[in-house]
Design a protein around this ligand. Sequence first.
Ligand code: TYM
Length: 348
Amino acid sequence: MSVELNPVNEVKTDTAAQPPIRKRVFSGIQPTGNIHLGNYLGAIRNWVAEQTHYDNIFCIVDLHAITLPIDPKELRTNTRQMAAILLASGLDTRHCNLFIQSHIHEHAEMSWILNCFTPMGWLNRMTQFKTKAGENLDSVGTGLYCYPVLMACDILLYQTHYVPVGDDQRQHLELTRDLAQRFNSMYKKRVFTIPEGQIREVGARVMSLDDPTKKMSKSDPNPFSRINLLDSPKEIKQKIARATTDSEKLITFDPERPGIYNLLGIYQLLTGQSQQESEDAFAGKGYGDFKAALTEVVVETLRPIQQRYNELLSDRAMLDNILKESADTVRPIAAKTLQTVKDVIGLG
Ligand code: TYM
């Protein structure tokens, strides 16, 4: 089952006779494996929590995943696994559409067009490109360089109002807004809705367990740096036990002590407590007690997700059907925006 969406590109006026029209949310995630607690707390959990408030489109961005080398079999497997994890985490197809980016060719086509409108200077400033390319500037594919443009197309094709993401996507969102504004003003027409980011104050930057000055990342070579959503209770226990803290004793939110600050932040988010309540829970206690409690909260949060994940993954036909129905539902929106863009710039 897939959700019906608002009509495309309509100027919306809410009158007493009409129900208010929901704003559109779009977000994406790469099927690169190792999906972790940072992805969950920074993005997925918020998508789930607010799914009834919006017109939702979520996308597994496999075209982004090929910007770095990836084994074809692994990519295909990761893509289905990602769909199962997102549904198991609570995305509900009565409220959301969930599709695979490469199933809607308009993303790739729009991406070529918007590449032609993106100043290289804007892409040269992208910090994620610099980090990912590292020393390999001459050998990485140009797709990695143009990655933010494809991301902008994902968002703009659907006339998106809000983009819920973690803090690391902030610069990409700014580029998206700049591109949309530039295009609209070049052609003196509101071709694209200007999207706004939804970046939470808490959880938008979950840090590495091993080095809490770096963000938790799928690509970190050290598996002890992150808790993956599919980790077993034993792995979770080991990872939290090894997580970096410091030689002080107090369990408090002290930004000067990034290790405990990060772990306590994870605890607070998963329990739904306030900072004060979380600190109070460990007054007079040590790291041993705290880490045991954190382990239990993480294990119990992930247990039902993992159970449901295994059920969903065992019914591949059902998963594929959800992905196809969603793509069929949202494709006309993307097609309409692309056609408008082609008309405006004189293609065809
Ligand atoms: P990706 O796959 O790296 O991450 C998916 C989501 O998880 C968030 N995230 C984090 N949040 C908090 N703490 C962390 N340590 C952490 N690590 C990751 C990310 O901010 C993201 O929200 N470029 C995007 C995918 C994308 C996209 C889009 C997103 C493609 N097109 C259009 C939004 C709209 C990415 O690589 O996400």
